[in-house]
Design a protein around this ligand. Structure first.
Ligand code: CA
Length: 704
């Protein structure tokens, strides 16, 4: 008994329960998508050690430099540090980062680096551990929202130590067992004077070597603040007086609570791993930028005006990606989080003239569209935003339709002068990706019209945006039945290749972008010539070979390669513009074709392995597609109040609504084709379900 008891205790206190439906966090692998590089993305993720929407994430670093966008790559063999990171994507880069690395022996002026193996690595959202073979040191990390506890288990050595790297331009000072400093590292999106102040408290002297016994555990408590060193100390209270195991158990509990809002049954363990790994990615971004002040109230350093301001603030998301499914998922399952995000957006509108389209942490120049309108409208129409905030947000959105940010071309509307007069951005006036912009502005204008209606704005204002929402027609070419660049004189671009990526479009071609009429699919269907013609065009996307013209970029961008290798013709699920397209079969007489493609995409292009995505995951968007699809519906048109139905992956699923009501989804047999779909027992006569009905605790049944 004496021997058994400590072993049992160890099993119970180790942070990490065996995989079971009671602990959905145990199905998550944070390594999904890490087998990526510049030329080919299977997610372009890193193993983020974090709590949901946490202000700070941690990641092991396999790159030689901590500022490398590809900090962790699955195929690498060595680790050179453990980094506090805020990076949303390798294409955007990191900010405010610093790193810590334990070692033993003499460094001789070099940087510590050690071999490791995935066999000696455990990668959970709430717990990461790895064995550094060259130093015989085990590293463990567990997170809170703004702090973390790190645990290093050293061997016997007279020269044990750790490095603290504040990155280029940063500063660190050591005093006794404490290190304090700041990181100024960034790639834009911050004002002058930006700093991430950090504090590290250890139970050994910092900044020097120390002797360790075999198995000696050194614990570090780390916190940081974008506001001040004093606030960093306040944030340190998140872990003060708490053991590693206590913090870890609380982090796991938080993940179980968040992931457990959706329970799926009847799938294989692999399907459960894929589902919950996708849900983990869907609940990381946008991340909190606010902190809790001494008075217990939210406060934030504003990347928009450089001041410390009251209230909420979130960042690190690109709306071009995430307006599609990630924000609708928050509105369905986590509206209390999106309520804070919307309050944060209203604060942004108070702190500067523009809403961001890509924030990291402030305005970044990346992608096209003005999709903040969709993000605001979908939340507002679902009753998530306060009236006071909505008035402020509406004003900023309207401002964005007539202006472009003076230094960051992605915020506001580039080409608004043409769009608001001609009804489209011409192909030949020197504004790149003009058709993509026109299509997204038209949808965004539809969202604004809905918002204007909600706010009771004058009828002529509602009518103006409603009229502009039809502007997609101005770039639709009846001859090719595709969207096509249009010159200022009204003629269409010549020559025209539907296989040409970029140019009039953004990271896609005419086959991908033609479907970006989220708000008027019947209108697009009629413009194409009706049901048969529309279906034929949808079918064609999969039938045409995966040929491409990359002359606009001068190089085959990774998204093109990802389309080719998927073997689905010209369907490019690895990038965002086409991800809703499969659901457009719901507007045809052959919706079963969509169900087949949706199921194939779920089963073949997603897994819980390091190459588990089919392109950039992009801050929860590609994951949210999977979550919705596995549940059996998808938000083709955010702000419409409706989902288009598809084909559920699991025989049984339950979604707990914040009010406590339960949405139950059942599927008869394996599918993928279901012809009889019932909401609360009543057969649907069209393939759309009302979101409000689902939120009220509905029963959605899929029958053969
Ligand atoms: Ca992308």
């Amino acid at each position: 008994m004496k021997r058994v008891f400590p072993l049992l205790l160890a099993l119970l206190t180790a942070c990490g329960n065996p995989s079971s439906p009671e602990h959905p966090s145990t199905y998550v692998s944070t390594l999904v998508g890490t087998q990526s590089d510049y030329s080919f993305s299977t997610g372009n993720t890193y193993p983020a050690i974090a709590v949901p929407w946490g202000m700070n994430f941690w990641t092991p670093v396999t790159a030689q430099r901590e500022d490398d966008g590809w900090a962790y790559q699955y195929e690498k063999k060595t680790i050179s540090g453990f980094k506090q990171t805020h990076q949303p994507s390798p294409w955007i880069g990191d900010y405010g980062a610093f790193s810590i690395m334990p070692y033993t022996g003499a460094l001789n002026g070099g940087k510590p680096v050690s071999w490791f193996s995935h066999k000696s690595e455990e990668a959970r959202p709430y717990y990461y551990s790895v064995y550094l073979a060259d130093y015989d040191v085990k590293v463990e990390i567990t997170p809170t929202e703004r702090a973390a506890v790190l645990r290093f288990t050293y061997p016997e050595n007279s020269h044990s130590g750790m490095t603290v790297n504040p990155l280029e331009g940063g500063f660190v000072a050591f005093e006794g067992n404490t290190a304090t400093g700041y990181s100024v590292f960034n790639r834009g999106g911050v004002p002058e004077g930006f700093r991430n102040y950090f504090v590290i408290e250890a139970d050994v002297p910092m900044g020097e070597t120390f002797a360790t016994r075999r198995g000696q555990v050194v614990t570090l408590r780390v916190a940081s603040s974008f506001i001040s060193p004093e606030q960093a100390l306040l944030n340190l209270k998140e872990v003060e007086g708490r053991s590693f195991d206590e913090v870890c158990a609380a982090a796991q509990q938080r993940w179980d609570d968040v992931l457990g809002r959706i329970r799926v049954q009847g799938g294989t363990d692999d399907e459960l791993r894929t589902f919950y790994s996708c849900l983990y990615r869907s609940t990381l971004f946008p991340r909190k930028l606010y902190e809790i002040g001494e008075d217990g109230k939210p406060v934030h350093y504003s990347p928009y005006n450089g001041k410390v301001e009251p209230g909420y603030m979130y960042g690190d998301t690109g709306f071009w990606d995430t307006f599609r499914a990630l924000f609708p998922l928050l509105n369905l399952v986590y509206p209390e989080v999106n309520a804070e995000i919307q309050a944060g957006l209203a604060n942004i509108a108070r702190e500067n003239d523009f809403l961001p389209e890509w924030s990291s942490p402030g305005h970044r120049d990346c992608m096209v569209g003005n999709n903040s309108a969709s993000v605001v409208a979908d939340a507002a129409l679902q009753g998530i935003t306060s009236r006071e905030d909505l008035e402020v947000l509406y004003k900023a959105i309207v401002h964005g339709t007539e202006n472009v940010h003076p230094t960051v071309g992605s915020s506001g509307r580039k080409g608004h002068e043409y769009y608001n007069t001609l009804g489209y951005i011409p192909y030949n006036v020197g504004i790149r990706e003009n058709v993509a912009r026109t299509l997204e502005y038209a949808y965004d204008d539809w969202c604004i019209a809905r918002l204007a209606q909600l706010l009771g704005r004058p009828q002529e204002e509602i009518d103006l945006y409603q009229k502009r929402s039809g502007n997609w027609r101005n770039v639709f070419d009846k001859e090719s039945r595709l969207m096509r660049g249009r010159n200022a004189d009204g003629t269409f671009q010549e020559p025209f290749s539907p296989y040409k990526w970029g140019d009039a479009f953004t990271e896609g071609n005419a086959w991908h972008y033609t479907w970006s009429v989220f708000h008027d699919v019947p209108g697009l269907r009629e413009a194409m010539g009706g049901d048969a013609s529309f279906t034929e065009m949808l079918d064609s996307v999969f039938i045409v070979p995966p040929i491409y013209d990359d002359s606009y970029y001068g190089v085959r961008i990774h998204e093109i390669t990802e389309m080719q290798v998927a073997n689905m013709g010209n369907y490019a699920h690895g990038n965002q513009p086409a991800q809703h397209m499969l659901y457009l079969y719901d507007w045809t007489s052959e919706p079963w074709k969509g169900q087949q493609h949706i199921r194939e995409t779920m089963e073949r292009l997603y897994s819980a392995t390091p190459d588990g995505y089919c392109g950039d995951e992009d801050n929860g968007q590609t994951s949210a597609w999977y979550i919705f699809s596995a549940l059996g519906f998808y938000p083709v048109c955010p702000a419409s109040g409706e989902y288009a139905v598809g084909t559920p992956l699991f025989p049984h699923a339950e979604v707990t609504m914040p009010g406590g009501k339960t949405l139950t989804i059942t599927a008869e047999g394996a599918g993928p084709v279901y012809n009889d779909i019932r909401l609360n027992g009543k057969r649907l006569d069209a393939r759309f379900v009302d979101i409000q009905a689902l939120k009220e605790g509905a029963k959605l049944e899929f029958r053969k």
